[in-house]
Write a protein that binds this ligand. Structure first.
Ligand code: ADP
Length: 378
């Protein structure tokens, strides 16, 4: 009798223990399922025992169809084949992702870790964004170096000329002028780079620091006239048009930088005898729009989507001749993004362009005209 109850007790305990281990295994697999990385468990012959959803997506695997298959038979990639045959798993390898759900190219980093008795754990992660950021950083450094090297080479050439040739006074003045031009080109480039880096590193602009749009527009137009004199030798007509004392919430220095870049471009890409206008309007939905319109050279439609890329220029030499860095519209776009605003560009090649900065309603405050309010109240 005692023996029988002992056996029953032992059986129950054994069952409990099994249930407990099943539960632990389930929890463990659920944790691996939740991992942001792809996880594949394989036996000593590289046959798949288990994988999570992320791995299924990275390698295009199917849970029902692919269990017990050799990993290298399913993921047919020369890099994976070489990795598995060399059996040196100290480092990771990069392959193209196989997700059918994605339309754009995906880059997957894969590393295998051997554990236990030759079983292996393969981990994968999506490094597409990291690779893209790295490529952009490389391009940017190459572009900056190129942009700085060009004026530096010219400047060096002039210095050498001054050092080696006997020049008369007029020639010396001319050379020094040319040197000053190159130095100022480098200065503008460094200034724009610093502006961009400040934008990237500083806290987002406040939503309750209110700036009068009208005075910002007036100030940029005045500075535009000074630039116009410098570029063309005479000031172009710059009309400023705003109704009331309306305000935008944000950073004054950033918005000034954005608007002046647009006015500056209008000046530089519009012939001296044509005019420019800077206007403000408040839409019925509460959005506020600052528009800079010119009667300049215009932009062909193909170029428009790329204008805000760093160093993208339609006409490199025209941009440089008028003191451009190729960073102006990148700065504008960045400033606007930080203000939840948008840049819209419309242009007709040969007859002019219009650049709009569109601010959301929560950043726009329309000053109610006091006399109009009085009339309403009466
Ligand atoms: P840049 O310093 O070269 O002017 P931006 O980033 O300010 O650089 O502008 C990029 C390019 O967009 C310019 O090189 C020019 O080709 C074109 N662009 C910008 N504004 C205008 C405009 N108002 N009219 C015609 N083209 C323009």
């Amino acid at each position: 009798m005692e023996l029988a109850s002992y056996v029953i007790r032992q059986r129950r305990r054994h069952k409990d223990r099994l249930a407990y281990s099943d539960k632990r295994l389930e929890d463990f697999l659920a944790a691996m399922q939740a991992s942001p990385n792809g996880v594949v468990l394989m036996d000593a012959d590289d046959r798949i025992e288990w994988f999570n959803q992320t791995a299924a997506q990275h390698f295009g695997l199917d849970a029902r169809r692919d269990a017990q298959q050799h990993f290298t038979n399913l993921v047919r990639d020369p890099v994976i084949a070489a990795y598995f045959s060399a059996r040196d798993f100290q480092h990771s390898v990069l392959i193209a992702g196989r997700s059918s759900a994605r339309s754009s190219a995906q880059r997957i980093s894969v590393q295998l870790h051997v554990y236990g008795e030759s079983r292996s754990l393969l981990l994968s992660s999506d490094v597409t964004a990291i690779e893209q950021a790295e490529a952009m950083r490389r391009d940017f450094v190459a572009n900056v170096s190129h942009e700085i090297r060009t004026p530096l080479t010219v400047l060096g050439g002039f210095v050498e000329t001054l050092q080696t040739l006997q020049l008369n006074d007029a020639e010396r003045v001319r050379y020094l002028d040319l040197m000053a031009q190159q130095a100022s080109r480098m200065q503008s480039l460094v200034d724009d780079l610093l502006t961009l880096s400040k934008l990237e590193g500083s806290p987002l602009p406040s939503e309750d620091g209110w700036i009068h749009v009208g005075s910002l527009m007036r100030q940029c137009a005045d500075e535009g006239r000074v630039l116009s004199n410098l570029v063309w030798g005479s000031a172009q007509e710059i009309h400023v048009d705003f109704d009331a004392e309306d305000q935008i919430a944000g950073s004054e220095s950033e918005l000034h930088s954005a608007l002046f870049n647009l006015v500056g471009n209008a000046v530089r890409y519009t012939p001296a005898d044509k005019s420019i206008s800077v206007s403000w309007r408040c839409e019925a939905n509460g959005q506020g729009v600052v528009t800079v319109t010119d009667q300049g050279i215009g932009i062909a439609p193909d170029h428009i989507p790329r204008l805000t890329e760093r160093f993208y220029r339609v006409d490199r030499s025209r941009s440089r001749e008028t003191g451009g860095t190729g960073l102006g519209l990148a700065i504008v776009k960045h400033v606007l993004q930080r203000h939840d605003a948008e840049l819209k560009i419309e242009s007709t090649f040969g007859s002019g362009s219009s650049f709009q900065m569109v601010f959301p309603a929560h950043r726009v405050r329309v000053q109610v005209n006091p006399s109009a309010t009085l009339v309403d109240q009466n």
